[in-house]
Design a protein around this ligand. Sequence first.
Ligand code: ZN
Ligand code: ZN
Length: 417
Amino acid sequence: MNFNCDIYPKILPVGKEAEISISIAESVFKQGHTYSIHAFSKVNLWEETRLEVKADGDGFLRFCLPFQTQGEYLVNVYQAPEDKLITAHLFAAHPDLAWRKAYKGDMHIHTHYSDGRQSPIYMAVRAKELGLDFIAITDHDRYQPSLEAIEEAKKMNLNLLLLPGEEVSVREGCGHFVALCASDWVAAQKSQTEIYDKDYQDILDNELKDKTLVDELSKEKYAHAVWTVKKIHEFGGHAILAHPYWVAGQKFHLNRPVYDQLLEDGLYDAVEVLGDVTPEDNLLSVAKYFEEVAKGRKIPIMSNSDTHRSHDQMYGNYWALVLAEKLEQEEIFDAIFDLKSVACEQHPGEKLRIYGPFDLVEYAFFLHREFFPMHDKICAQEGELYMRLLNGEKTDHKELERLKTELGRLYEKTWGK
Ligand SMILES: [Zn+2]
Ligand SMILES: [Zn+2]
């Protein structure tokens, strides 16, 4: 028999002993009755603990366990020999990871202000329904829609972190950069021809003057990409290289020599390793990521839907899992740049796929199995109520508050703080 059980905290730092508590929804633990516990590391065959624990009056089993190995632990609870009641799952993470919580974000989303279908606030509420914790609206060369989303979300007290953004098309077909958290409209600077031409000439005369570029790349072409990243940085923003292997029509949208040079120069803040391109093009992107990392290159990664519709089959299918202390703009980007993010994708009827550093991928699979189903369920309920609010229908505000508290409590219980 295996009952549904609650075990908290679920995330524990390696190298410490921690107090664990387990309860069963059906209140099977009887006060004063002794239960046998067999806890073991899934990855280290030699690490196991056996205990006899008496149930407390409130129906909880409380006990301490040591965690010496990074990875998943299983806890079997027996009410008699050969009569197992439950198997519970825990994860012992390196202390550098264990204090960080997990958040899901999509930072490349279009609306009807460019070639998308819905309004910015509609896309934001839909994000909540889909279980995302943070998003950025990033219309083509338009910054204002992302500000509109932030403003509208504030009015309805939407429990979602929204970041300012736009997708900047680099001149001369040198790709797209998603600009996030810039203080102003980057793309607008491109149309100010006089200023652009001066900046562009400066780049040719200075940064690129004595530089040797990869084969087949001219300084005149590359200077447009340099201008874009420079301008995003000048506005205090982060430059995310979008869809590096998207085939637009019959050709790669981003010229290969340009991508090679950007990698060479580290001229990006993060790369969109997964996005709304064909599986082949995403896997090329993943292969390139691993090849570059093996060379010692630092590549912060993201996975974005690049969706153009609220119920597009891609929205909600791509997300970055970010391990950050808090759900706040600065913490999220610090974590991404500190390589504490993984790229995730899951399509209807298919299994979840996660790419990134090994330890994070293993941890992320655990979180998606043991934490996110509950997280996503609460978010979906919140999203449904916000959607009613957006449609001008009567909404239970008290219930919205209760769900927000419940989500916060789920994080506290899971991480034990
Ligand atoms: Zn694009
Ligand atoms: Zn896009």
